[in-house]
Design a protein. Structure first.
Ligand code: UTP
Length: 295
């Protein structure tokens, strides 16, 4: 029987150069979706998929993330004295929803390197990786579907989404074959940022991975690849030589908040869905659109 997936690793140590100047002093993972930072959505997704131990890979410029998941006794007393119980519950829950740990990646040497930093913490267990700037909507059921696939097959699983062929060169790309399941396929080859003309498919690796612990030995052996960074796709390709790997396919519900336009879409869509402020925001949005002749 497969070991349960209890641990999640969230790499969040990159420079976030696409979000400068904001990301010079504030981590892009702390960008607000109204009143909750992006990283909170990622942690909540891992908790909802059954993970109780979360390791965030951070860097010395990103201490504010550690504060966000810590207790804040002085603020708790102020909120209690003012009778602000809802706000109090929110900040206490945040610190208690899971065991959130932090480890620093001294140099941003790539995603593969960041994941490799989790080796001692994870040990000999399967674990999930959730990129710190990629929000997956609950309706897409990505991480929960990946956990189900892992529990059934006992192999590593990677999230795959179809993208226009012209865009595949921006992603890790997977060649796959059918195994008679609707959303789960077998991965037969992987290539990082392929030339679209020769890419084996238009299935892109998207922000969620579930690995057996064997990935750590492959990361150790992986030399810097595209962009001089230690690429997780290269380590996965080596893993594929020894172990089977599955892909979990999904079509929508991903927001890459590290990209400005996708971040704005996340703010709009996720705020519209809120019962407290969604209707008011919808009215503002349609007013703005109408007054600018956009609808
Ligand atoms: P990205 O490539 O999207 O992040 O990596 P980046 O490098 O910070 O962003 P740009 O391209 O400069 O704008 C995906 C995730 O992996 C983390 C990032 O923090 C992000 O959450 N990452 C990336 C690390 O933790 N360490 C690295 O060395 C690289």
């Amino acid at each position: 029987m497969s070991k349960p997936v209890r641990k999640a690793v969230i790499p969040a140590a990159g420079f976030g150069t696409r979000f400068l100047p904001f990301s010079k002093s504030v981590p892009k993972e702390m960008l607000p979706i109204l009143d909750r930072p992006v990283i909170e959505f990622i942690v909540a997704e891992a908790v909802a998929a059954g993970m109780t131990d979360i390791l965030i890979i951070t860097s010395r410029h990103k201490k504010v993330m550690e504060d966000h998941f810590d207790r804040f006794p002085e603020l708790e007393v102020v909120l209690a004295n003012k009778g602000k119980t809802e706000e109090l519950d929110q900040i206490v829950d945040l610190a208690q929803q899971a065991n959130v740990h932090f480890i620093r990646q001294g140099e941003a040497l790539g995603l593969g390197h960041a994941i490799g930093m989790a080796s001692d913490h994870v040990g000999d267990e399967p674990f999930a990786v959730l990129l710190g700037d990629d929000i997956m909507h609950e309706r897409a059921g990505v991480l929960t579907g990946m956990v189900d696939a892992y529990e059934e097959h006992g192999t590593s699983v990677v999230a795959l989404m179809e993208v226009p062929r012209a865009d595949i060169g921006s992603y890790g790309c997977a060649a796959t074959e059918d195994i008679g399941e609707s959303r789960v396929v077998r991965v037969t080859d992987l290539i990082e940022k392929p030339d679209p003309a020769v890419a084996p498919s238009n299935l892109a690796i998207m922000g969620r991975y579930l690995f057996t612990p064997s990935i750590f030995a492959e990361i150790e052996e992986t030399a810097p690849g595209v962009g001089g960074e230690i690429q997780i796709t290269d380590a996965m390709l080596s893993l594929l030589a020894h172990e089977q790997m599955l892909g979990f396919t999904f079509a929508e519900g991903r927001f890459d908040t590290g990209k400005k336009a996708d971040y704005l879409r996340a703010v709009v869509e996720l705020t519209l869905e809120r019962s407290d402020i969604g209707p008011e925001f919808a009215a503002i949005l349609s007013d703005v659109c109408r007054s600018r002749g956009l609808v």
